[in-house]
Ligand binder design. Structure first.
Ligand SMILES: [Zn+2]
Ligand SMILES: [Zn+2]
Length: 326
């Protein structure tokens, strides 16, 4: 399939929907980090990524190739003799900035204790360090995650949204990476099953059997992800401690990740269009209008644009919230 970088990909009827495609593009630890440096630091060259990430040439090459295939990167010659190429973000790739800003904001606010370096974002509109706040693009008001309701649209269903068999390849993981590389985000969306699990949690799955039925994932995968999500205090088990009888509820930290999920889904629906219509439809609870994300600056409350965000890389900040796991 050809993915034109500047216009949406038209998907076939009845196949993988926008959510499955979005998960297939970014739910990979290395891809998240490669795109992070492209978006926040303007990295375009093979050697720059290699200097920043403990990644092998083969893995980096495969991820860059995949980025080009799905239309988020394009290979451009910057020198003729000898021929040298770099990888630039396309419009499709650049439009991942709301997700990346939401990830930076969430890591800064909720990553635990050890004074991990998290990129500090500065809003050039007001000149201050900020975190993005999620607002409703229709009415402009800042909203809490619980004020947004979502349900499947015409191309939405669990089988069409979950990672499919061709996506089930094992990624060569970057789990040995130290702090500073979005450690908690990688647990939540750094691979395809994790990302699908988070989506299921937001759409109301609470029990082991519900996750299993909706995702069609092996029980060992579900058990592993539930354990990891609890270890970073994103889900909390309520019940007698037996996995099959417990209910898993999102914690405050887990709910605060919602803007990342929301911006990821919106990105998927913008760039991967099923002929039947959207995969998920969101509403601003209590009003009659549809919900889509507008990010606002926490300091001046102005609407954010990607080009107005400057990133101070690797600054060490104390977590603003949730420093002590409860
Ligand atoms: Zn609204
Ligand atoms: Zn501002």
């Amino acid at each position: 399939m050809i993915h034109p970088p500047d216009e949406p990909t038209q998907l076939g009827a009845g196949g993988d929907n926008a959510i499955a495609w979005a998960i297939g593009v970014f739910a990979d630890e290395w891809t998240l980090l490669i795109l992070r440096y492209a978006i926040t630091d303007g990295v375009t060259r093979f050697q720059q990524w290699q200097d920043l990430l403990p990644i092998s040439s083969a893995v980096l090459a495969s991820r860059l190739r995949r980025g080009c295939e799905v239309g988020v990167l394009e290979q451009v010659a910057y020198e003729d003799k000898p021929l040298r190429q770099e990888y630039r973000l396309t419009r499709r790739g650049m439009s991942l900035w709301p997700m990346m800003a939401s990830i930076c904001g969430w890591e800064g606010a909720w990553a635990h204790g050890q004074a991990e370096p998290v990129p500090v974002m500065v809003h050039q509109g007001c000149g201050r360090a900020f975190e993005p706040l999620m607002a409703c693009a229709t009415c402009g008001e800042i909203v809490e995650p619980r004020e947004v309701t979502g349900h499947f649209g015409p191309s939405g269903s669990w089988p069409r949204s979950a990672p499919n068999t061709t996506m089930r390849r094992r990624s060569s993981g970057s789990s040995a990476l130290g702090p500073g590389f979005f450690p908690h985000t990688r647990v939540l969306v750094g691979n395809r099953w994790s990302a699908a699990m988070m989506g299921a949690a937001y759409l109301g799955a609470h029990r082991f059997s519900e996750f299993q039925r909706r995702l069609g994932a092996p029980a060992t995968v579900i058990a592993d992800r539930l354990r990891r999500f609890q270890a970073i205090d994103v889900l909390r088990a309520e019940g007698d401690g037996r996995a099959d009888r417990s209910e898993y509820r999102l914690t405050d930290k887990g709910r605060a990740f919602f803007p990342v999920v929301m911006t990821a889904i919106e990105w998927g629906q913008r760039w991967f269009r099923a002929p039947e219509g959207p995969a998920v439809v969101f509403q601003h609870r209590g009003s009659e209008h549809p919900f889509s994300v507008l990010l606002r600056c926490s300091e001046c409350r102005g609407a954010l644009a990607g080009r107005e965000i400057a990133v101070l890389p690797g600054a060490v900040v104390q977590p603003r919230r949730g420093a002590v796991p409860s």
